[in-house]
Design a protein around this ligand. Structure first.
Ligand SMILES: NC(=O)c1ccc[n+]([C@@H]2O[C@H](COP(=O)([O-])OP(=O)(O)OC[C@H]3O[C@@H](n4cnc5c(N)ncnc54)[C@H](OP(=O)(O)O)[C@@H]3O)[C@@H](O)[C@H]2O)c1
Length: 226
């Protein structure tokens, strides 16, 4: 079974990839822009998971649609299409209202919304077919979010607005495809992530994500707040 992680990095991306791989998925695809960092992410998964596991990495910017789709063609040919898509790509950066360049607003919209839309177009029909073919399957699209869609922070206005748009897209997907058996929802991380934070550390966030994902079969729930 395959897990696709878009936005593989040392924080939530790593903790979710390693936990999900150790629980259920023996094929893991990691996507982010920096090849060197991806090697670290691959090592982290291989070192943490004791069972036999295959990891492929692709250094791709998710906003470069052609390169993204090429990478996914390669990954799908190797592992088959994913059973779970974990969409975690984002730039968590400050943005000053009125002076932040509009090009950056548009770039972040592409990362959080346009690329997620492309991914949904590509994989939701497959996830629906998995759900139809096998009632014990757990097809899912999981997206990391935050409290920003409901509570924008002016110093982070850009991330706030693209996360609001992203949540809206995921809500539409959830309303349309959760009744078809695909678990679609958001992990809301309501504050800064830090390894030393008791509540919002990557390990705990991954554990909460797994718990929420596990419970979804009997009781689908659009979101979890951490
Ligand atoms: N960090 C926080 O304090 C915090 C708080 C609340 C919510 N969140 C949410 O959590 C998610 C991220 O988790 P994280 O902050 O712990 O980060 P992470 O999992 O450590 O890494 C996310 C990775 O996404 C990749 N990425 C960014 N832009 C990309 C692009 N255009 N194409 C491909 N990959 C891209 C980056 O790698 P490259 O640079 O190599 O591309 C980055 O390392 C986001 O949805 C964020 O909104 C984070």
């Amino acid at each position: 079974m395959s897990l696709l992680v878009l936005g593989s990095g040392p924080g939530i991306g790593r903790s979710v990839a390693t936990l999900f791989a150790s629980k259920r998925y023996n094929n893991v695809v990691l996507i982010a822009r920096r090849a060197e960092q991806l090697e670290e992410e691959k090592k982290a998964v291989l070192n943490t998971v004791s069972s036999q596991i295959n990891v492929r990495t692709y250094a791709v910017d998710v906003t470069h649609t052609h390169s993204l789709l090429q990478a996914l063609d390669d990954a799908d040919a190797a592992f088959g299409k994913p059973d779970v898509v974990f969409y975690n790509a984002a730039r968590v950066l400050p943005s000053a209202l009125l002076t932040h360049p509009v090009e950056d607003v548009e770039y972040d919209f592409k990362i959080n919304v346009s690329a997620l839309y492309i991914i949904s177009q590509r994989y939701i029909p497959h996830l629906v077919s998995l759900a139809r073919a096998d009632t014990s399957s757990r097809p899912a699209l999981i997206v990391t979010s935050s409290a920003l869609p409901h509570h924008p922070i002016p110093q982070l206005f850009n991330l706030s607005l693209v996360k609001a748009a992203q949540r809206n897209l995921v809500q539409s997907l959830n309303l349309s495809y959760t009744p078809e058996g695909v678990h679609i929802g958001v992990i809301n991380v309501a504050g800064q992530v830090a390894p030393e934070d008791e509540v919002r550390n990557p390990t705990r966030i991954a554990a909460k994500t797994w718990e929420w994902f596990q419970g979804a079969k009997d009781k689908p729930n659009f979101e979890v707040m951490i």
